[in-house]
Design a protein around this ligand. Structure first.
Ligand SMILES: [Zn+2]
Length: 353
């Protein structure tokens, strides 16, 4: 087995992983919301490659192949099962290409293969569980063949599905990240507690355990504190950038109370009307800083992420990234700047603007 490059880097300090490809590709007009199948790797590979490059420019150390939802079950739902393998291989090849082209002066990126919640895992149903294991195995196999440096299993809300994903991933000998996503009941759907699930994942050999998706900073951080205390391995934290709360712990049922005049036709803010509930960049930066102080080194943002937020995460934990060149320079603003060239009649007008 080769050296664990992921663990070596985490031992030294923060490692950034951009996620959230689903929402960002949808916003750019290359994916149907709700259906959420990543056909973009086949239909518009240049769009996906460019988004990877933007995240890389913003400081992501990991290039995660966009195969989220690119599994056999989803492909059956849309009647395109024959495109399963080409879709996966294309996404993996694009990620590998970008990872091999890391920015000058930075450490080489790691390309990550990805598996996730299958949607058909059923508690106490060996038939469905066998099927899910097959889905994981074929995707992990393609990731290894396409040169993955590590594997990410994510967004699991069944503890046992996460254990199965890790078991399949571990067989490859590659470094493994396993992040879970408890829903609004604040526990796994098969009844296990969040912390116990993470402890068990560590026992099963995951290099990184933690949380991704569904929860914003406010409802993810309390769990992270407990997880960090309960395990010895590295911990991962990839929240959604939305203002979830104790009453609404996840984005699935998050209400818009900002006087919305035109609610979504399907009756909820998720996933197409969440925009007014976004965290600003400073809230995301503060989350990353707090997580880092706790000793959490695997950091990123999930659904709702964009390159600007990834840069914010990286800079908040002391990293300088290529996009740092363009961080805010309010001193040169035409009305709010302190630059001596800004005329007084403009700065005076600022509060009336
Ligand atoms: Zn997500």
């Amino acid at each position: 087995m080769s050296t664990n490059r992921l663990k070596e880097r985490l031992d030294k300090g923060p490692v950034i992983c951009a996620e959230g490809f689903l929402f960002e590709i949808e916003k750019r007009g290359y994916m149907a919301s709700g259906e959420f199948v990543p056909m973009v790797s086949l239909d518009h590979p240049e769009v996906l490659e460019n988004l990877h490059r933007e995240f890389q420019h913003a400081g992501s150390d990991i290039v995660e192949a966009f195969t989220y939802n690119g599994h056999r079950e989803k492909m059956r739902v849309i009647g395109k099962e024959e495109l399963l393998e080409p879709l996966n291989r294309s996404a993996l090849k694009i990620a590998k290409k970008v990872a091999l082209d890391s920015p000058k002066g930075s450490q080489p990126n790691l390309m990550a293969g990805n598996i996730s919640n299958s949607n058909i895992w059923k508690y106490n149903d060996s038939q469905s569980q066998k099927e899910v294991e097959g889905m994981f195995s074929e995707m992990v196999g393609w990731a290894v063949e396409e040169g993955a440096d590590m594997l990410i299993g994510e967004t699991f809300y069944y503890a046992e599905e996460a254990f199965k994903a890790l078991e399949v991933m571990k067989k490859t000998g590659l470094p493994t990240v396993l992040t879970i996503s408890p829903m609004g009941e604040n526990k796994m759907r098969d009844g296990k507690s969040v912390v116990d699930t993470c402890k068990e994942l560590e026992q099963l050999g995951a290099d990184v355990v933690g949380l991704n998706c569904f929860r914003g900073p406010a409802t993810m951080l309390p769990f992270l504190k407990e997880i960090r205390k309960a395990v010895k391995c590295h911990v991962g934290a990839l929240p959604i950038p939305y203002r979830t709360s104790e009453d609404y712990p996840t984005f699935f049922n998050l209400p818009d109370r900002s006087n919305c005049q035109c609610p979504s036709p399907h009756g909820r803010t998720f996933p197409t009307a969440l925009d007014p509930l976004l965290c600003n960049r400073y809230e995301i930066g503060q989350f990353a800083k707090w997580a880092n102080i706790l000793g959490i080194h695997y950091l990123g943002v999930c659904c709702g992420a964009n390159p600007m937020l990834i840069r914010e995460v990286a800079e908040s934990v002391g990293l300088s990234v290529p996009a740092s060149k363009y961080r805010e320079k309010m001193e040169n603003h035409f009305m709010y700047g302190k630059n001596e060239r800004i005329p007084k009649h403009m700065t005076d007008y600022g509060d009336k603007a």
